[in-house]
Design a protein around this ligand. Structure first.
Ligand SMILES: [Zn+2]
Length: 495
């Protein structure tokens, strides 16, 4: 599927579209519609239950999206959260230099500065994409969005560039409010802001984005991992050393590739989330290790989580796993003057951080790309059932008073536990097709037999499955059980 096709599908059904679209839209800003908002909520809930249930000492918090200047100076964002900007001297279009360069098939490290990129642009005679004009000198451009606070707007603040900062800023309070033990984790699902030079590719590069992050604070010498069978799990990995995609077990990564045990363990955990919970085909998910100058200097190990997304032209980053050492708490200790070290085995340590970071919007786009399927005349959004916006649709077979009354009472009963839509317009076939197109896993039809049965003290209805199109007659209580079973995520927590 092409980007335009996915965008047009998403808009016509009610998943998402550009913000302020009636005014022509706004670059890098999107709104979620009624189906997108539901699907996003389902993704976030699955993510929360999967990762937070790993340890009872992992907790969800929430933080202000507007931050004062000081912590972002301490974190390095005020000085280093930069992209290299280059403008056309003729038409004044602006570009990210690294994007212009990599689109020419030339590799450029993430750490490359303005002068290095300027040289590459000149050497390869790269010109303005719009008008072919000469490009000016590239320069560093800070991506944070600055705001003036107070009546005269004299106090400088920023919209947070990442949710992670809110977890570091609340480490002290949470560590003291909780059981004062490591490891402990703080998760946030929330909005972050980046003044992207050239937002593009739908939900890929946005100016306002939603992140789901779990920061785990731990003692690198004393992290006892659960005794799970995850270390034998075989992963698709492009290592920095080998630079090609290979199948390597988590165990082997720590034995032969210098990846710490706890890091390899979390790779397997994330792999299980993508493959077993989100249902992404094995060959479409991989880890991509960044090394040398490609990774931020404070990251000891850095892997991107990548999914092959057709509309984005191949493997693209949807998240990351970062071993950040003690960089964050050390920086905020210095910046705030507050001692953020903790007692551990008779001495004091500054906890290290393992960051599990996911772009929620990117994952929603990825799921539509991966699961939108054409089967002859039919189009089906075959997303895993727990991610479907609507759990089930309820149809009266015909426009008949009795059928409609019973249909409405069943809808109300199911709606206590599930998100239900009803539809009585057009033929049953057309109604099935509409539900397939937006991924509704079950259609429940109420016919004259249903009404007759009900007079004998029990109700039966027909339930039809989106994926195998099978239909069967069930009682209302069986129906409840089928739905309950289908919407419980399937992964073995004792594996
Ligand atoms: Zn130009």
């Amino acid at each position: 599927m092409k980007i335009e096709e996915l965008l047009s599908y998403a808009k016509s059904k009610g998943f998402f579209w550009p913000s302020a679209e009636i005014y022509g839209g706004a670059s890098g800003l999107f709104d979620y519609g009624h189906l997108g908002a539901l699907m996003k909520r389902r993704f976030e809930n699955l993510w929360l239950s999967y990762f937070l249930d790993q340890n009872e000492n992992y907790h969800l918090i929430d933080g202000s999206t507007l931050l004062p200047e000081k912590p972002l100076v301490a974190s390095g964002h005020a000085s280093r959260f930069n992209d290299v900007l280059v403008g056309c001297t003729k038409c004044h279009s602006y570009y990210r230099a690294d994007v212009l360069i990599s689109e020419k098939g030339i590799s450029v490290s993430e750490g490359a500065g303005a002068s290095e990129m300027g040289k590459i642009l000149k050497d390869n005679k790269i010109k303005c994409q719009k008008c072919g004009g000469e490009l000016g000198e590239p320069k560093a451009f800070n991506m944070m969005i600055e705001v003036g606070l107070g009546p005269e707007k004299l106090d400088k603040g920023y919209l947070r560039p990442e949710t992670a900062q809110s977890t570091y800023l609340n480490f002290f309070q949470e560590y003291n409010a909780l059981r004062k033990t490591l490891p402990f984790g703080l998760a946030i699902i929330g909005r972050a802001y980046r003044n992207e030079i050239s937002p593009r590719q739908g939900l890929y590069r946005m100016r306002e984005l939603i992140q789901a992050e779990l920061q785990i604070f731990f003692d690198p010498n004393g992290w006892k991992l659960p005794q799970e069978g995850l270390s034998g799990r075989v992963l698709n990995v492009v290592t920095y050393k080998d630079k090609k995609e290979q199948k390597i077990s988590a165990k082997e990564l720590s034995a032969s590739y210098g990846i710490p045990d706890f890091y390899a363990y979390h790779m397997a955990l994330i792999d299980r989330f993508y493959i077993d919970v989100l249902g992404v085909p094995r060959e479409r998910f991989r880890f991509f290790e960044k090394g040398g100058e490609e990774k931020a200097f404070y990251n000891k190990v850095h892997m991107d989580l990548e999914v092959k997304v057709e509309s984005w032209g191949g493997f693209k980053e949807v998240g990351g796993l970062h071993y950040r050492g003690d960089y964050d708490l050390t920086s905020h200790s210095k910046g705030s003057g507050k001692d953020l070290s903790v007692p551990q085995d008779g001495s004091r340590i500054t906890p290290n951080v393992l960051e599990l970071s996911f772009g929620v919007d990117r994952n929603i786009w990825m799921l539509l790309d991966v699961f939108y399927t054409n089967e002859g005349e039919r189009t089906i959004l075959k997303i895993p059932k727990p991610l479907a916006p609507y759990h089930a649709a309820v149809f009266p077979l015909q426009k008949d008073e009795k059928l409609q009354a019973m249909s409405e009472s069943i809808r109300k009963e199911l709606a206590k536990n599930f998100k239900i839509v009803s539809d009585s317009a057009g033929s049953i076939g057309r109604r099935y097709a509409r539900m397939d197109d937006i991924g509704t896993p079950y259609c429940v039809t109420i016919d004259f037999d249903s009404v007759e049965n009900s007079s004998e003290g029990y109700n039966t209805v027909t339930i039809r499955d989106r994926d195998d199109k099978s239909q069967k007659r069930v009682t209302i209580s069986e129906l409840q059980n089928i739905l309950m079973k289908a919407f419980t995520p399937k992964y073995d927590s004792t594996e």
